[in-house]
Design a protein around this ligand. Structure first.
Ligand SMILES: *Cc1c(COP(=O)(O)O)cnc(C)c1O
Length: 410
Protein backbone atom coordinates (compact mmCIF):
# COMPACT_ATOMS: atom_id res chain seq x y z
CA UNK A 1 0.00 0.00 0.00
CA UNK A 2 1.44 3.40 -0.85
CA UNK A 3 0.92 6.63 1.01
CA UNK A 4 -1.81 7.78 -1.39
CA UNK A 5 -4.02 4.87 -0.50
CA UNK A 6 -3.34 5.37 3.19
CA UNK A 7 -4.22 9.02 3.08
CA UNK A 8 -7.22 8.56 0.79
CA UNK A 9 -10.08 10.64 2.21
CA UNK A 10 -13.55 9.18 2.66
CA UNK A 11 -15.97 9.82 -0.20
CA UNK A 12 -17.36 13.34 -0.06
CA UNK A 13 -20.97 13.33 1.17
CA UNK A 14 -23.40 14.44 -1.55
CA UNK A 15 -24.68 17.34 0.57
CA UNK A 16 -21.30 19.06 0.53
CA UNK A 17 -20.64 18.50 -3.15
CA UNK A 18 -22.37 21.72 -4.15
CA UNK A 19 -19.90 23.75 -2.10
CA UNK A 20 -16.86 21.98 -3.54
CA UNK A 21 -14.88 23.65 -6.35
CA UNK A 22 -16.21 22.66 -9.75
CA UNK A 23 -13.28 20.52 -10.83
CA UNK A 24 -13.62 17.30 -12.75
CA UNK A 25 -11.22 15.32 -10.55
CA UNK A 26 -11.10 14.96 -6.79
CA UNK A 27 -8.37 16.80 -4.87
CA UNK A 28 -5.26 14.66 -4.39
CA UNK A 29 -5.02 12.94 -1.01
CA UNK A 30 -3.33 14.77 1.85
CA UNK A 31 0.36 13.96 2.25
CA UNK A 32 1.41 13.64 5.89
CA UNK A 33 4.88 14.90 6.89
CA UNK A 34 5.62 11.55 8.56
CA UNK A 35 4.13 8.07 8.52
CA UNK A 36 5.12 4.85 10.28
CA UNK A 37 6.10 1.87 8.10
CA UNK A 38 4.37 -1.15 9.63
CA UNK A 39 4.27 -4.35 7.60
CA UNK A 40 2.71 -7.79 7.88
CA UNK A 41 5.81 -8.97 9.81
CA UNK A 42 5.10 -6.55 12.68
CA UNK A 43 1.42 -7.52 12.69
CA UNK A 44 2.24 -11.25 12.78
CA UNK A 45 4.79 -10.71 15.57
CA UNK A 46 2.24 -8.86 17.69
CA UNK A 47 -0.37 -11.57 17.13
CA UNK A 48 2.17 -14.21 18.10
CA UNK A 49 2.99 -12.29 21.28
CA UNK A 50 -0.69 -11.92 22.15
CA UNK A 51 -1.26 -15.64 21.63
CA UNK A 52 1.80 -16.54 23.73
CA UNK A 53 0.11 -15.45 26.93
CA UNK A 54 3.06 -13.16 27.87
CA UNK A 55 2.24 -9.54 27.02
CA UNK A 56 4.19 -7.42 29.50
CA UNK A 57 8.00 -7.22 29.72
CA UNK A 58 9.50 -10.67 29.26
CA UNK A 59 11.36 -12.80 26.73
CA UNK A 60 10.52 -10.64 23.69
CA UNK A 61 11.78 -7.44 25.33
CA UNK A 62 15.00 -9.28 26.20
CA UNK A 63 15.37 -10.44 22.58
CA UNK A 64 14.77 -6.89 21.36
CA UNK A 65 17.45 -5.56 23.70
CA UNK A 66 19.93 -8.21 22.52
CA UNK A 67 19.17 -7.48 18.84
CA UNK A 68 19.58 -3.74 19.39
CA UNK A 69 22.92 -4.22 21.14
CA UNK A 70 24.05 -6.52 18.32
CA UNK A 71 23.11 -3.86 15.78
CA UNK A 72 25.27 -1.32 17.61
CA UNK A 73 27.98 -3.97 17.70
CA UNK A 74 29.73 -2.61 20.78
CA UNK A 75 30.34 -3.59 24.38
CA UNK A 76 27.24 -1.78 25.65
CA UNK A 77 24.01 -2.70 27.37
CA UNK A 78 20.68 -1.90 25.73
CA UNK A 79 17.80 -1.37 28.18
CA UNK A 80 14.31 -1.06 26.71
CA UNK A 81 11.92 1.53 28.13
CA UNK A 82 8.40 2.70 27.31
CA UNK A 83 9.58 6.06 25.88
CA UNK A 84 12.74 8.05 25.25
CA UNK A 85 11.45 10.54 27.81
CA UNK A 86 11.46 7.76 30.41
CA UNK A 87 14.94 6.75 29.23
CA UNK A 88 16.31 10.29 29.57
CA UNK A 89 14.81 10.51 33.07
CA UNK A 90 16.42 7.20 34.08
CA UNK A 91 19.73 8.23 32.53
CA UNK A 92 20.00 11.48 34.49
CA UNK A 93 18.72 9.80 37.65
CA UNK A 94 21.42 7.13 37.41
CA UNK A 95 24.04 9.89 37.21
CA UNK A 96 22.78 11.35 40.48
CA UNK A 97 21.46 14.61 39.00
CA UNK A 98 19.31 16.40 41.58
CA UNK A 99 18.33 19.71 43.19
CA UNK A 100 20.94 22.44 42.82
CA UNK A 101 22.42 20.86 39.69
CA UNK A 102 22.41 22.44 36.23
CA UNK A 103 22.09 20.47 33.00
CA UNK A 104 22.82 22.11 29.64
CA UNK A 105 20.35 21.40 26.81
CA UNK A 106 19.82 23.05 23.42
CA UNK A 107 16.82 25.36 23.09
CA UNK A 108 15.98 23.87 19.67
CA UNK A 109 14.57 20.55 20.88
CA UNK A 110 11.43 18.83 22.07
CA UNK A 111 10.36 19.69 25.59
CA UNK A 112 11.14 16.13 26.81
CA UNK A 113 14.89 16.89 26.70
CA UNK A 114 14.48 19.59 29.35
CA UNK A 115 11.48 18.33 31.32
CA UNK A 116 13.34 15.27 32.62
CA UNK A 117 15.86 17.61 34.25
CA UNK A 118 12.94 19.21 36.07
CA UNK A 119 11.59 15.81 37.17
CA UNK A 120 14.77 15.49 39.24
CA UNK A 121 14.51 18.97 40.71
CA UNK A 122 17.53 20.18 38.74
CA UNK A 123 17.76 23.23 36.45
CA UNK A 124 17.92 22.95 32.65
CA UNK A 125 20.13 25.64 31.13
CA UNK A 126 19.19 26.39 27.52
CA UNK A 127 21.87 27.17 24.95
CA UNK A 128 21.83 28.29 21.33
CA UNK A 129 22.59 26.10 18.31
CA UNK A 130 25.06 26.19 15.44
CA UNK A 131 23.87 28.17 12.40
CA UNK A 132 24.76 25.44 9.89
CA UNK A 133 23.83 22.19 11.66
CA UNK A 134 21.23 23.53 14.15
CA UNK A 135 22.92 21.25 16.67
CA UNK A 136 23.98 22.40 20.14
CA UNK A 137 26.83 24.91 19.74
CA UNK A 138 29.89 23.81 21.78
CA UNK A 139 30.92 27.47 22.26
CA UNK A 140 27.50 28.26 23.73
CA UNK A 141 27.83 25.22 25.98
CA UNK A 142 31.23 26.35 27.22
CA UNK A 143 29.87 29.83 27.95
CA UNK A 144 26.99 28.33 29.96
CA UNK A 145 29.13 26.20 32.29
CA UNK A 146 28.99 27.23 35.97
CA UNK A 147 30.25 25.54 39.14
CA UNK A 148 26.81 23.91 39.39
CA UNK A 149 26.85 22.35 35.89
CA UNK A 150 26.75 18.56 36.10
CA UNK A 151 25.78 17.30 32.63
CA UNK A 152 25.30 18.11 28.95
CA UNK A 153 22.47 16.65 26.85
CA UNK A 154 23.36 16.93 23.14
CA UNK A 155 20.42 16.40 20.76
CA UNK A 156 21.36 15.04 17.33
CA UNK A 157 18.97 17.36 15.52
CA UNK A 158 17.05 15.84 12.58
CA UNK A 159 19.40 12.84 12.59
CA UNK A 160 22.86 14.37 12.14
CA UNK A 161 25.27 14.01 15.04
CA UNK A 162 26.42 16.96 17.14
CA UNK A 163 30.09 17.95 17.20
CA UNK A 164 30.72 15.19 19.72
CA UNK A 165 34.53 15.55 19.72
CA UNK A 166 34.19 19.13 20.93
CA UNK A 167 31.39 18.34 23.41
CA UNK A 168 33.15 15.30 24.88
CA UNK A 169 36.40 17.26 25.22
CA UNK A 170 34.52 20.03 27.03
CA UNK A 171 32.87 17.48 29.29
CA UNK A 172 36.21 15.89 30.15
CA UNK A 173 37.80 19.27 30.86
CA UNK A 174 34.98 20.35 33.19
CA UNK A 175 34.18 16.88 34.61
CA UNK A 176 30.66 16.85 33.22
CA UNK A 177 28.49 13.88 32.33
CA UNK A 178 27.11 13.48 28.81
CA UNK A 179 23.70 11.96 27.99
CA UNK A 180 22.93 11.93 24.27
CA UNK A 181 19.32 12.54 23.26
CA UNK A 182 19.47 10.35 20.15
CA UNK A 183 15.71 10.39 19.52
CA UNK A 184 16.42 11.39 15.89
CA UNK A 185 19.64 9.48 15.41
CA UNK A 186 19.02 5.81 14.73
CA UNK A 187 21.09 4.90 12.91
CA UNK A 188 23.57 7.77 12.67
CA UNK A 189 27.32 7.52 12.31
CA UNK A 190 29.69 10.05 13.81
CA UNK A 191 33.16 9.76 12.27
CA UNK A 192 32.50 6.15 11.36
CA UNK A 193 31.04 5.10 14.72
CA UNK A 194 27.36 4.59 15.42
CA UNK A 195 25.72 7.00 17.84
CA UNK A 196 25.25 4.84 20.92
CA UNK A 197 28.85 3.62 20.86
CA UNK A 198 30.64 6.93 21.49
CA UNK A 199 32.37 8.00 24.72
CA UNK A 200 29.36 9.63 26.36
CA UNK A 201 27.89 8.12 29.54
CA UNK A 202 24.46 7.19 28.21
CA UNK A 203 22.58 7.41 24.89
CA UNK A 204 18.79 7.34 24.58
CA UNK A 205 16.83 6.42 21.42
CA UNK A 206 13.11 6.92 20.72
CA UNK A 207 10.65 4.59 19.00
CA UNK A 208 7.80 7.09 18.97
CA UNK A 209 5.39 6.79 16.02
CA UNK A 210 7.15 9.29 13.73
CA UNK A 211 10.76 8.32 14.47
CA UNK A 212 12.99 6.31 12.10
CA UNK A 213 11.68 3.08 13.61
CA UNK A 214 8.73 2.67 15.94
CA UNK A 215 7.20 0.46 18.58
CA UNK A 216 4.16 2.76 18.88
CA UNK A 217 5.68 4.20 22.01
CA UNK A 218 9.07 3.09 23.26
CA UNK A 219 12.74 3.81 23.68
CA UNK A 220 16.15 2.29 24.34
CA UNK A 221 18.79 3.34 26.84
CA UNK A 222 22.32 2.41 25.83
CA UNK A 223 25.03 2.42 28.46
CA UNK A 224 28.52 1.00 28.92
CA UNK A 225 29.13 1.32 32.68
CA UNK A 226 27.65 -1.76 34.44
CA UNK A 227 26.91 0.26 37.62
CA UNK A 228 24.84 2.81 35.69
CA UNK A 229 23.11 -0.04 33.84
CA UNK A 230 22.21 -1.68 37.15
CA UNK A 231 20.73 1.54 38.53
CA UNK A 232 18.74 2.14 35.31
CA UNK A 233 17.30 -1.41 35.36
CA UNK A 234 16.43 -1.05 39.04
CA UNK A 235 14.63 2.28 38.61
CA UNK A 236 12.93 1.14 35.41
CA UNK A 237 10.72 -1.21 37.42
CA UNK A 238 9.66 0.16 40.81
CA UNK A 239 13.08 -0.02 42.44
CA UNK A 240 12.69 -3.77 42.84
CA UNK A 241 16.12 -5.27 43.29
CA UNK A 242 16.79 -8.03 40.80
CA UNK A 243 20.05 -8.76 42.56
CA UNK A 244 18.27 -9.35 45.83
CA UNK A 245 15.75 -11.46 44.01
CA UNK A 246 18.39 -13.57 42.30
CA UNK A 247 20.32 -13.96 45.52
CA UNK A 248 17.37 -15.21 47.47
CA UNK A 249 15.43 -16.98 44.80
CA UNK A 250 16.95 -20.36 45.50
CA UNK A 251 16.22 -20.13 49.22
CA UNK A 252 12.85 -18.40 49.24
CA UNK A 253 9.52 -18.79 47.44
CA UNK A 254 8.96 -17.14 44.04
CA UNK A 255 6.83 -14.39 45.57
CA UNK A 256 9.77 -12.80 47.37
CA UNK A 257 11.22 -9.46 46.26
CA UNK A 258 12.82 -6.40 47.80
CA UNK A 259 12.05 -2.75 47.10
CA UNK A 260 15.27 -0.80 47.55
CA UNK A 261 14.24 2.56 45.99
CA UNK A 262 11.13 4.51 44.96
CA UNK A 263 11.43 3.54 41.30
CA UNK A 264 9.36 4.18 38.20
CA UNK A 265 7.13 2.16 35.84
CA UNK A 266 9.09 2.56 32.62
CA UNK A 267 9.34 -0.99 31.22
CA UNK A 268 8.57 -1.78 27.55
CA UNK A 269 5.86 -4.39 26.90
CA UNK A 270 6.61 -7.55 24.92
CA UNK A 271 3.85 -6.46 22.50
CA UNK A 272 5.82 -3.29 21.69
CA UNK A 273 9.14 -5.15 21.68
CA UNK A 274 7.73 -7.59 19.11
CA UNK A 275 7.14 -4.64 16.77
CA UNK A 276 10.63 -3.34 17.54
CA UNK A 277 12.34 -6.61 16.60
CA UNK A 278 10.71 -6.54 13.15
CA UNK A 279 11.37 -2.82 12.62
CA UNK A 280 15.02 -3.29 13.53
CA UNK A 281 15.38 -5.98 10.83
CA UNK A 282 14.27 -3.36 8.29
CA UNK A 283 16.25 -0.39 9.59
CA UNK A 284 19.00 -0.50 6.95
CA UNK A 285 16.41 -0.53 4.18
CA UNK A 286 14.53 2.29 5.90
CA UNK A 287 17.76 4.28 6.07
CA UNK A 288 18.51 3.74 2.37
CA UNK A 289 15.03 4.97 1.46
CA UNK A 290 15.37 8.04 3.64
CA UNK A 291 18.81 8.79 2.15
CA UNK A 292 17.43 8.41 -1.34
CA UNK A 293 14.46 10.74 -0.68
CA UNK A 294 16.75 13.31 0.96
CA UNK A 295 19.11 13.22 -2.03
CA UNK A 296 16.19 13.74 -4.41
CA UNK A 297 15.02 16.78 -2.40
CA UNK A 298 18.60 18.16 -2.34
CA UNK A 299 18.82 17.98 -6.10
CA UNK A 300 15.31 19.18 -6.95
CA UNK A 301 15.25 22.09 -4.49
CA UNK A 302 18.80 23.34 -5.11
CA UNK A 303 17.75 26.36 -7.19
CA UNK A 304 15.08 27.65 -4.79
CA UNK A 305 15.48 30.40 -2.15
CA UNK A 306 15.92 27.77 0.55
CA UNK A 307 18.72 26.79 2.89
CA UNK A 308 18.85 23.01 2.51
CA UNK A 309 19.87 20.68 5.35
CA UNK A 310 23.61 20.27 5.98
CA UNK A 311 25.38 17.18 4.69
CA UNK A 312 27.55 15.21 7.12
CA UNK A 313 31.23 15.16 6.26
CA UNK A 314 33.68 12.28 5.87
CA UNK A 315 32.48 9.01 7.31
CA UNK A 316 29.66 10.59 9.29
CA UNK A 317 26.08 9.82 8.18
CA UNK A 318 22.61 11.31 8.60
CA UNK A 319 19.57 9.29 9.75
CA UNK A 320 17.20 11.70 7.94
CA UNK A 321 14.54 11.52 10.61
CA UNK A 322 13.60 15.03 9.45
CA UNK A 323 14.23 17.00 6.27
CA UNK A 324 14.25 20.60 7.51
CA UNK A 325 14.60 23.54 5.09
CA UNK A 326 14.89 27.22 5.94
CA UNK A 327 13.45 30.01 3.79
CA UNK A 328 16.01 32.54 2.63
CA UNK A 329 15.23 36.22 3.17
CA UNK A 330 14.72 36.75 -0.57
CA UNK A 331 11.95 34.14 -0.74
CA UNK A 332 8.57 35.34 -2.02
CA UNK A 333 6.71 33.94 0.99
CA UNK A 334 7.15 33.93 4.75
CA UNK A 335 7.29 30.60 6.55
CA UNK A 336 3.80 30.70 8.09
CA UNK A 337 2.22 31.58 4.76
CA UNK A 338 4.17 28.86 2.93
CA UNK A 339 2.86 26.27 5.39
CA UNK A 340 -0.72 27.42 4.77
CA UNK A 341 -0.28 27.40 0.99
CA UNK A 342 1.27 23.91 1.04
CA UNK A 343 -1.56 22.70 3.23
CA UNK A 344 -4.07 24.06 0.72
CA UNK A 345 -2.30 21.90 -1.86
CA UNK A 346 -2.71 18.87 0.39
CA UNK A 347 0.86 18.81 1.65
CA UNK A 348 1.55 18.39 5.34
CA UNK A 349 4.57 20.02 6.96
CA UNK A 350 5.68 20.69 10.50
CA UNK A 351 8.11 22.89 12.46
CA UNK A 352 10.90 21.31 14.54
CA UNK A 353 10.93 22.93 16.93
CA UNK A 354 9.35 25.95 18.56
CA UNK A 355 12.46 26.75 20.65
CA UNK A 356 11.99 25.96 24.31
CA UNK A 357 12.78 29.54 25.33
CA UNK A 358 9.57 30.58 23.53
CA UNK A 359 7.37 28.15 25.46
CA UNK A 360 5.38 29.62 28.35
CA UNK A 361 6.63 27.15 30.94
CA UNK A 362 10.31 27.41 29.99
CA UNK A 363 10.05 31.18 29.57
CA UNK A 364 9.09 31.34 33.24
CA UNK A 365 11.35 28.56 34.50
CA UNK A 366 14.60 28.97 32.60
CA UNK A 367 17.21 31.50 31.64
CA UNK A 368 15.45 32.39 28.44
CA UNK A 369 15.89 35.86 26.97
CA UNK A 370 15.38 35.52 23.17
CA UNK A 371 18.44 37.69 22.48
CA UNK A 372 20.52 34.89 23.98
CA UNK A 373 19.39 32.54 21.22
CA UNK A 374 19.88 34.51 17.99
CA UNK A 375 20.55 31.43 15.83
CA UNK A 376 17.58 29.41 17.09
CA UNK A 377 15.38 32.52 16.81
CA UNK A 378 16.31 33.11 13.17
CA UNK A 379 16.09 29.43 12.29
CA UNK A 380 12.72 29.01 13.95
CA UNK A 381 11.24 31.90 11.96
CA UNK A 382 12.37 30.44 8.66
CA UNK A 383 12.15 26.66 9.07
CA UNK A 384 9.74 23.97 8.01
CA UNK A 385 9.94 20.19 7.89
CA UNK A 386 9.02 18.65 4.54
CA UNK A 387 7.29 15.26 4.21
CA UNK A 388 9.78 12.39 4.32
CA UNK A 389 8.92 8.82 5.23
CA UNK A 390 9.94 5.43 3.90
CA UNK A 391 6.61 4.71 2.20
CA UNK A 392 6.62 8.00 0.32
CA UNK A 393 6.23 7.39 -3.41
CA UNK A 394 8.29 9.25 -5.99
CA UNK A 395 5.01 10.73 -7.28
CA UNK A 396 4.18 12.10 -3.83
CA UNK A 397 7.61 13.61 -3.47
CA UNK A 398 7.30 15.20 -6.90
CA UNK A 399 4.07 16.85 -5.73
CA UNK A 400 5.98 18.47 -2.87
CA UNK A 401 8.82 19.53 -5.16
CA UNK A 402 6.43 20.91 -7.77
CA UNK A 403 4.46 22.85 -5.13
CA UNK A 404 7.63 24.45 -3.78
CA UNK A 405 8.71 25.48 -7.28
CA UNK A 406 5.25 27.03 -7.86
CA UNK A 407 5.16 28.87 -4.54
CA UNK A 408 8.79 29.97 -4.45
CA UNK A 409 9.63 31.22 -7.94
CA UNK A 410 13.20 32.44 -8.20
C1 LIG B 1 10.64 12.42 20.16
C2 LIG B 1 11.67 13.11 20.99
C3 LIG B 1 11.86 12.81 22.35
C4 LIG B 1 10.91 11.97 23.14
O1 LIG B 1 10.74 10.70 22.66
P1 LIG B 1 9.55 9.80 23.27
O2 LIG B 1 9.94 8.41 22.88
O3 LIG B 1 8.29 10.28 22.61
O4 LIG B 1 9.53 10.02 24.74
C5 LIG B 1 12.92 13.38 23.01
N1 LIG B 1 13.76 14.23 22.39
C6 LIG B 1 13.60 14.57 21.10
C7 LIG B 1 14.57 15.51 20.47
C8 LIG B 1 12.54 14.05 20.36
O5 LIG B 1 12.35 14.43 19.09
Amino acid sequence: MDDHQLAEPAATPATTLAAAPATATAAPPFLPFALPDIGEEEIAAVVECLRSGWVTTGPTARRFEAAFRDYLGADVQAISVNSATAGLHLALESLGIGPGDEVIVPTLTFTATAEVVRYLGAQPVLVDVDAVTLNMDPRAVEAAITPRTRAIVPVHYAGMACDMDALLALARRHELRVVEDAAHAFPTRYRGRLVGTLESDITVFSFYANKTMTTGEGGMVVVRDPELARRIRLMRLHGISQDAFDRYVSKTPAWFYEVVAAGFKYNLTDIAAAIGIEQLKKIDRFLEQRQRLAARYDEALAGLPLVLPPRPEGDSTHAWHLYVVRLREDAALQRDELIVRLSELGIGTSVHFIPLHRQPYWRDNCVSAPERFPVAEAAFGAMLTLPLYTRMTDASQERVIHALHELLPC
